[in-house]
Design a protein around this ligand. Structure first.
Ligand code: AP5
Length: 211
């Protein structure tokens, strides 16, 4: 199964990816998580990306495509994967097409998670993340078993740098300008799901479609 999860910042792509990973035993490829790892390890890519990420701006298409090309060639991607947060521009989608042709693969579906802007701004203020795994929680809608701690490792949860309201609003503007046109671009592959419903309902709606 080769899937793209498309949707606004905070729409629930990361949350739903974790369910899909378990259900289909395929890896989640989150460009956001990959970039954050590079930032924390202060790699050359991380140093370049940090400034853009902190402002809620997109990182350069060329750098992202290079990172994805390397990842899709890994062994665990042979049976499929979930692309979470990639592609995000038409240029990235065109680059992905070329790459898939080169490695003889075809996309199965593009799941679009729809949520209105005001719900997203509210949601992001309650998000907590486990930096090691990318697992996400919400203080109200998906709280961890122990406040402030990851369910699996017990390690401390953090608030993402780019979850400040002002940065979230900028990420939303960029989403509407640069990423939303991909819904039309992938028209024939698209399944839309209402992301304002509770997490379990969104999960069931996606799984019912995929099975
Ligand atoms: P990235 O990490 O990809 O961020 P994003 O796309 O903005 O998405 P988020 O991770 O913020 O949200 P999500 O949809 O995964 O929602 P989540 O499940 O966490 O990118 C970060 C930055 O990296 C970008 O701004 C850019 O700079 C750079 N970047 C990344 N990829 C790039 C690319 N391809 N090209 C260029 N630059 C790139 O859920 C959010 C919260 O809501 C959580 O607290 C969760 O518990 C809660 N929640 C989830 N679902 C529900 C629900 N149904 N009801 C209530 N609460 C819910």
């Amino acid at each position: 199964m080769k899937l793209i999860l498309l949707g606004p910042p905070g729409g629930g792509k990361g949350t739903q990816s974790k369910f899909l990973m378990e259900e289909f035993s395929i890896p989640q490829i989150s460009t956001g998580d990959m970039l954050r790892k590079n930032v924390s390890e202060k790699t050359e890519l991380g140093l370049k990306a940090k400034e853009f990420m902190d402002q809620g701006e997109l990182v350069d298409d060329f750098l992202i495509l290079k990172m994805i090309e390397k990842r899709l060639n890994d062994n665990d991607c042979k049976n499929g994967y979930i692309l979470d947060g990639f592609p995000r521009t038409i240029k990235q989608a065109e680059g992905l097409n070329e790459l898939l042709n080169k490695i003889n693969q075809k996309l199965d579906h593009v799941i679009v998670i729809d949520v209105d802007d005001e719900s997203l701004v509210q949601r992001m203020s309650g998000r907590r993340m486990h930096p090691g795994s990318g697992r996400v929680y919400h203080v109200e809608f998906n709280p961890p078993k122990v406040e402030g701690k990851d369910n699996i490792t017990g390690e401390k949860l953090i608030i993402r740098e780019d979850d400040k309201e002002e940065t979230v609003r900028n990420r939303l503007v960029i989403y509407h300008e640069q990423t939303q046109p991909l819904v039309q671009y992938y028209n024939e592959y698209v399944f839309k799901v209402d992301g304002t419903k509770p997490i379990q309902t969104v999960k069931n709606n996606i799984l019912n479609f995929l099975k």
